[in-house]
Design a protein around this ligand. Structure first.
Ligand SMILES: [Zn+2]
Length: 414
């Protein structure tokens, strides 16, 4: 059986004593990182023999002997600090090699910086409802509550990281899950992804599901713009400027968190609430490349916005993909060229600019564009993969529901 790697980030609430311990340990990791960085730089400057991860790791015992306070930190965690330096260098060199001129080499980390502590394979203990970390700073135990909704009993935990961001603390648990085997159960769901309606889905029964997108950005962006313009009027780095900057970041975080939260919940619901084992979606990249040719000026604005949002949609696709794998289903991306233009009944191509919400074809087919697109995706997937039984069942069901006259809502202006 194949296994998949998943991560879960959980907020923890250390006591003031625990917080002190966390910062003490993190500081040691930070200093080791800085020390190792200095060593590498010196070697480079003086032309001495290159220092690599291996040599630096081998010198750790010596350092610990000379400076016993480095023994406070669990040994593997300290090693990881060196490893992350090596990784930082590696990605820096890779970026440079690819011609990225503004790639920066690793930098020294300042006092304010909480170095993430990585416990790999050992040094931590997971029990129902709590997690304990090893350290030798003082006798304050690092035990944190893990809420009941997270259970890792049957999951193989590989590593746990402790990180901090804006005075909040988190543990990130990486675990392996045996991936249930995917079986095509003859039921399918095709989803057209969009900005206004994030999801327009059709299933093998010919039933539609339309989900309005939640747009926290519509609420937060004007607020952010307002703060930004007030900030622009202040002297840079003045107290007022700093305050406004802080507020702006707070709004941005709220916007992003709300968007992500909505996407998590929706993708989970979609995967769990369908009987279909196969979910079909259009490839996002293709969508925008196809659009980029011959775009009339008056709709370019709307399109640009749509493209900006495709980052968020890309993440949504990622959520759908791993959440379906987790339960033995599959999310499959297929080419969606012309899926909005072709009439699903007769195949005739229509010009469908982005504001046109309804397709009405000479053949008598009148349908919302997103629904049409979802049907096209479904038909395409089933025919391309020669799933003819599924294909026939789908079309029969679809014609049946069409006979029962689907309600068509009035056009929505974009
Ligand atoms: Zn038609």
């Amino acid at each position: 059986m194949k296994s998949m790697k998943l991560t879960q980030k959980i907020r923890i609430f250390p006591t003031p004593e625990q917080e002190t311990v966390l910062w003490k340990l993190s500081e040691k990791c930070r200093l080791i990182y800085n020390f190792a960085l200095a060593e590498r730089r010196d070697a480079y400057r003086t032309g001495a023999k290159r220092v690599n991860y291996r040599t630096q790791q081998n010198s750790l015992p010596l350092i610990k002997e000379q400076f016993p306070e480095y023994k406070w930190v669990y040994s593997k965690v300290l090693q990881f600090a060196l490893r992350s330096l090596a990784a930082d260098y590696k990605s820096f060199f890779a970026l440079r090699k690819n011609g990225c001129a503004d790639a920066c080499p690793p930098r020294f980390k300042g006092k304010q910086y909480f170095t993430t502590m990585m416990y790999n394979q050992s040094g931590f203990k997971l029990e129902p409802g709590k997690i304990t970390f090893s350290h030798k700073y003082n006798d304050v135990p690092l035990v944190f509550v893990i809420p009941d909704k997270f259970s890792f009993d049957d999951k193989q935990v590989k590593q746990v990281a402790i990180s901090s961001y804006r005075s909040k603390y988190f543990v990130t648990i990486t675990y392996e899950l045996e991936e249930p085997r995917y079986v095509d159960n003859g039921l399918y769901q095709a989803i057209d992804l969009g900005i206004t309606h994030i999801v327009t889905a059709v299933n093998s029964q010919g039933k539609f599901l339309v989900v309005e997108n939640q747009r926290p950005d519509k609420y937060w962006n004007p607020k952010i713009a307002k703060v930004q313009s007030r900030k622009d009027k202040c002297k840079k780095f003045s107290n007022r400027w700093k305050l406004l900057n802080e507020i702006k970041h707070k709004y941005e975080r709220k916007r992003d968190n709300q968007t992500r939260d909505f996407q998590h919940k929706l993708s989970k619901k979609l995967v769990e609430n369908t009987k279909a084992n196969t979910i079909i979606i259009g490839e996002l990249e293709v969508k925008h490349m196809a659009h980029s040719n011959k775009v009339p000026k008056h709709i370019r604005h709307g399109l640009n916005r749509a493209t900006q949002n495709s980052g968020a949609l890309g993440r949504f696709v990622h959520f759908l993909t791993y959440k379906s794998r987790r339960v033995g289903k599959r999310t499959i991306e297929i080419d969606e060229r012309n899926s909005t233009k072709a009439c699903w009944v007769c195949g005739k191509l229509h010009s469908m600019p982005i504001w046109k919400r309804i397709m009405s074809c000479d053949c008598g087919n009148v349908i919302e564009r997103d629904k049409n697109s979802a049907i096209i995706l479904m038909k395409r997937y089933l025919s391309q993969n020669a799933k003819w039984t599924g294909y026939r069942v789908f079309l029969d069901n679809l014609r049946h529901t069409a006979k029962c006259k689907t309600k068509v809502s009035p056009a929505v202006g974009s």
